[in-house]
Design a protein. Structure first.
Ligand SMILES: N[C@@H](CCC(=O)N[C@@H](CSS)C(=O)NCC(=O)O)C(=O)O
Length: 301
């Protein structure tokens, strides 16, 4: 098991917060605070977030959207730590400037730019971010076969301040897909939050028809690594095509139209999706195998 600068504090507990996404007002939800001081922040991309903080709060969380590929990027930071260490999950090249200006505006110190997998529909922003912010490390699973500064494996912990993410292998959409789950413990966010990449989408799942995909793997990894999390765990996918923003383990175990079926039915559903290949696949996959820095790679001929 690998742990990156892992530290724990038992004195500080996660606080409740309220998120309101502009594309889906109905997705506004809250965690009942014990003792809250509410304040509001308006970010420059037009999304409005209200954050209620208690004296024990620490996680800053933002869900950011890239509309061409319907990709979600997630910003997480330990806001109680003096350095405000932060990480981005699944940044998109086109929105790197937006995301970094938010990081700057909030006074965060970005330490990791991470991917859940090698994306086929857009180019990752991790390479661009590394070129713009000194000291940021790119992170991806070792099983992805992609280049990065840090390769994670199942069971690894990625620390940012006193918070951490746990790595779970969720292959099937691609062989190297992982889900990043907030830590388990009294000083970690409650409910837990899982960033599922394309393994589990809201009322759906990632396709399994290219890049080493396998419906058998997807079915088994979601059931063993995501559906075993507490039912209230919040699930945040890398994409949504219908305007949804978040779901829970309990909700998907009941309402997911694919993953609630038996394995044979699931396989048949996946074989008959008949989705067109992502428009950018031929550009995106080679670029993402080198962290989105394809133009800087030395040419071999
Ligand atoms: N039309 C889009 C690609 C849409 C697509 O294939 N999405 C993937 C995730 S991105 S590789 C997927 O797994 N979809 C599952 C589903 O059920 O929609 C494009 O051209 O980029």
């Amino acid at each position: 098991m690998l742990s990156f600068g892992f530290m724990r504090s038992t004195a500080i507990r996660f606080s409740p917060f309220i998120i309101n996404h502009p594309s889906s007002p109905s997705s506004c939800f809250s965690f009942s605070p014990k003792k809250t001081i509410a304040f509001a922040l308006r970010s420059q991309m037009g999304s409005f977030t209200t954050l209620s903080q208690s004296s024990s709060s620490k996680l800053l969380f933002r869900q950011l959207f890239e509309k061409e590929s319907s990709t979600y990027t997630y910003l997480l930071a330990d806001f109680s730590h003096p350095d405000k260490p932060a990480l981005l999950i699944d940044p998109v090249d086109k929105n790197v400037d937006r995301d970094l200006s938010l990081v700057r505006e909030l006074g965060l110190k970005l330490i990791y730019a991470m991917n859940t997998h090698v994306h086929a529909d857009h180019i990752t922003g991790t390479g661009l971010i590394k070129g713009k912010v000194t000291g940021v490390k790119s992170v991806i699973s070792r099983a992805s076969g992609s280049k990065a500064d840090v390769f994670v494996e199942p069971g690894d912990k990625i620390s940012f301040g006193n918070l951490f993410l746990e790595v779970r292998a969720t292959p099937g959409h691609t062989a190297g897909c992982v889900t990043y789950v907030t830590g388990d413990g009294p000083d970690q966010p409650h409910p837990r939050m899982a960033f599922t990449g394309d393994a589990l989408l809201i009322r759906g799942c990632g396709r399994t028809d290219f890049q080493g995909g396998s419906s058998e793997q997807l079915y088994n990894s979601v059931h063993s690594q995501i559906f075993t999390l507490p039912k209230e765990t919040l699930l945040y996918p890398a994409h949504d095509y219908k305007g949804f923003t978040v779901t829970t383990v309990g909700e998907e175990m009941v309402y997911n139209p694919r993953l609630t079926k038996d394995e044979e039915t699931f396989r048949s559903i996946m074989q008959n999706l008949n989705l067109a290949y992502p428009k950018m696949i031929d550009v995106a996959v080679p670029a993402n195998m080198v962290c989105g820095l394809q133009d800087l790679e030395p040419k071999t001929n």
